[in-house]
Design a protein around this ligand. Structure first.
Ligand SMILES: C[S@@+](CC[C@H](N)C(=O)[O-])C[C@H]1O[C@@H](n2cnc3c(N)ncnc32)[C@H](O)[C@@H]1O
Length: 265
């Protein structure tokens, strides 16, 4: 059972953070891309498109891509309901192009928050992802990538819980690590959601693997991908720059596309 097969629940579960995420995206577009009007924005692993439709409503040209057909359908239906273009495509974030996204022009900015990138469990997949994102961006384009990094040592946070209420729907969720193999760089995570409505109570339990990255491993990957530089880093509240060290956990990387004449051969 995949939590991503429940777009309504997913959307409610992550409903608290959209304001600061949208503010950050607007600021990033202005500050890093010098665009104060309409931008071209792409979200790989867009899920329900909880941010895409809000960006589209602000006048930006948006597109999204996700592997889950239910999420893509939910995203497109919502865009349509708001009179916006249905611009989410079913696809893999390791393999896409402007063509497959049905786009003619490259994007100013791409973003991928809430650690979706960690669903790519091999180095090959992660490298393909970076190269595909770089391909669909303009020169000097920006990729905002939010990641939960694995700190060195044993001081590792292994559980997170939160509750949300939306009308008569109450959700309690718990995300916890079931296992961690630092050598294989795979953690297995369990995501439980208890939903309560006036008529029924039910529980969804999903278990999935994520790839782990220490800061150093992430830097090595980026160097190998050879298409983005780290420009800045923020915390998950987008408030302050995050100092990068071996204990750093939650980071939003501001990545800038490397100019093609600077790509190391
Ligand atoms: C944590 S959700 C994030 C959704 C959205 N970005 C957000 O901020 O709400 C992760 C998403 O990644 C998608 N996903 C996982 N692996 C993928 C892949 N290889 N290609 C495209 N999407 C993928 C899942 O279907 C899911 O919708």
């Amino acid at each position: 059972m995949s939590i991503y097969d429940y777009p309504v629940l997913y959307d409610v579960l992550f409903s608290d953070s959209w304001k600061r995420e949208i503010e950050f995206l607007k600021t990033a577009l202005q500050y890093y891309c010098n665009i104060s009007g309409r931008g071209r924005i792409f979200e790989p692993a867009c899920g329900t498109g909880r941010l895409l439709w809000r960006l589209a409503r602000l006048g930006h040209n948006v597109a999204g891509l996700d592997l889950n057909p239910k999420a893509v359908s939910f995203c497109n239906k919502r865009l349509k309901r708001h009179g916006l273009k249905e611009s989410a495509i079913l696809g893999d974030m390791t393999d896409f192009s402007l063509n497959s996204l049905q786009q003619k022009k490259p994007f100013d900015l791409a973003f991928n928050f809430v650690s979706s990138f960690l669903h790519l469990t091999s180095e090959t997949a992660a490298l393909s992802h970076f190269r595909a994102v770089a391909e669909i961006l303009k020169p000097n384009g920006i990729y905002l990538l939010g990641l939960h990094l694995l700190p060195r040592g044993d001081a590792v946070c292994s559980q997170e819980q939160w509750s949300v209420r939306h009308g008569s729907l109450a959700l309690q969720s718990q995300l916890r690590r079931l296992s961690l193999n630092r050598q294989r760089r795979i953690e297995t995570v369990e995501f439980r959601i208890k939903a309560t409505t006036p008529k029924r109570r039910y529980e969804i339990i999903d278990t999935f693997p994520l790839r782990t990255y220490t800061l150093q491993q992430f830097r090595i990957l980026l160097k190998k991908a050879n298409c983005f530089d780290i420009l800045e880093t923020f915390d998950f509240n987008f408030q302050s720059p995050v100092p990068l060290n071996s204990q750093t956990e939650d980071v939003v990387f501001v990545l800038k596309k490397i100019e093609s004449d600077r790509v190391d051969s």
